[in-house]
Design a protein around this ligand. Sequence first.
Ligand SMILES: Nc1ncnc2c1ncn2[C@@H]1O[C@H](COP(=O)(O)OP(=O)(O)OP(=O)(O)O)[C@@H](O)[C@H]1O
Ligand SMILES: [Mg+2]
Length: 266
Amino acid sequence: MISIAVSSQKGGVGKTTASINMAHAFARAGLRTLLVDADPQGSVGLSLTRQSRMLSGFYDYLADPGIPLERLLVPTRLETFTLVAAGQASDYEVGGAPTGAHLARVRGFLRAVEARGFDICLIDTPAGLFGLTADIIASSDAVLVPQQAEPLGIRSVPKMLEGLNRLRVIHPRLIVLGVLMTMVQNDMAESRESVNALRQLLPGDLVLRTMIPRDALFVKASARGLPVGVLEDGAGALAVFDALRAEIEAKLERSGHTSLRRDGSA
Ligand SMILES: Nc1ncnc2c1ncn2[C@@H]1O[C@H](COP(=O)(O)OP(=O)(O)OP(=O)(O)O)[C@@H](O)[C@H]1O
Ligand SMILES: [Mg+2]
């Protein structure tokens, strides 16, 4: 199994939107996909399952790893797409726990997910790079960093990447998939320039080729509790997230992870 944390220094950059639609793309491609809402604000759960507040979820498992994983799994209309809601989070877990405090339990959770037969696990984390979020990243195979394409926003990216490099001291095999530009507006010079500036600032292919355009459809989709691809006019967005899935799979393969192959050879 491959686990990917979706994380950013700043809030509101499109992590949850990217997580939901990426998970949908992986699931549509036939991979047994688990999307974990690790954000106590619970937006994945909120948007995808109506009664998510009542569900036991990721935070309940952190508090009591004796809970069987099975009890946390929420099926969707797509057979290959399963969710884990955030559940009930305590203040300690959300903001008060020092980095490292949850490492063992997050790793235990991911082992249980793997043992259950999932091919890929996407984890939508709270913003920031400390405490539980740092533990989730340090427990994952890879991390993806969404960033809104706007001039002020991109300033935080180098700091985030520095932080990720520090995490690699405790987790040397962590794959930094790179920065995913979100809410890109090609008709706006500032948006285009912020993408170009980041590409010049960062080495190699650290800014993903695939970019998520700003589109009101994403807001509509969240309001209806759906990945954007299932909306009537969502074909364009579907293609974007399929391209993102392919780009991520290629990056993982270059890093030596072949377990996402669907031909049964892995
Ligand atoms: N590509 C997009 N086009 C238009 N609106 C978008 C797009 N991506 C996200 N949004 C909207 O921007 C807002 C923030 O997105 P989202 O909740 O995904 O960010 P986040 O990083 O998860 O935020 P938080 O840090 O609060 O968890 C939401 O209202 C969402 O609907
Ligand atoms: Mg979010």
